[in-house]
Design a protein. Structure first.
Length: 160
């Protein structure tokens, strides 16, 4: 196992990660080397997939995208969370130009060209001491601010 994968696995086996998982904050869906897929709960009750590419971890921040766990492919834009901070972070006008990357300081693609973020977002800028658990907690917070879309079952029931 190479060092970046070993560091990632260590963090995925940490008490902090496992305790939050036990609380239902997120679920590890799959891991292939440093490519990891999780499900997180949005405030709407909907479970959303997130895929993180952690190549170079922990020295290099991951890049992430919303993911359809069922289809094992990027989540269609029409299903992206909206409202609150989610509308800023999951901005299709920006994200689609950068492989679905999140517009926030824990994403390596977003950090390119945003040198000022280190000063503007001191608590949320990736450092070698930041872990995938920190990224998941921030994503959870962002998803908890989302107001839509509703879970598929609920939305389907309202349409009938």
């Amino acid at each position: 196992m190479d060092p970046d994968e070993r560091a990632l696995v260590d963090d995925l086996e940490s008490i902090r990660f496992l305790a939050a998982s036990d609380r239902g904050y997120w679920r590890l869906v799959a891991r292939d080397n440093t490519l990891v897929t999780f499900e997180l709960a949005a405030r709407t009750g909907r479970q959303l997939g997130v895929r993180l590419d952690c190549a170079g971890y922990p020295a290099v921040p991951p890049t992430s995208q919303l993911w359809s766990v069922e289809a094992d492919q990027p989540l269609p834009v029409a299903e992206w969370p909206t409202g609150g901070r989610a509308s800023q972070v999951f901005n299709p006008n920006w994200s689609q130009r950068y492989g679905g990357a999140f517009y926030y300081p824990y994403d390596r693609r977003a950090l390119e060209g945003h040198g000022g973020w280190a000063n503007d977002h001191t608590g949320h800028v990736w450092t070698v001491d930041t872990t995938v658990v920190d990224a998941l907690y921030l994503l959870r917070e962002i998803l908890r601010s989302a107001t839509g879309p509703a879970p598929k079952e609920l939305a389907a029931g309202e349409a009938s």
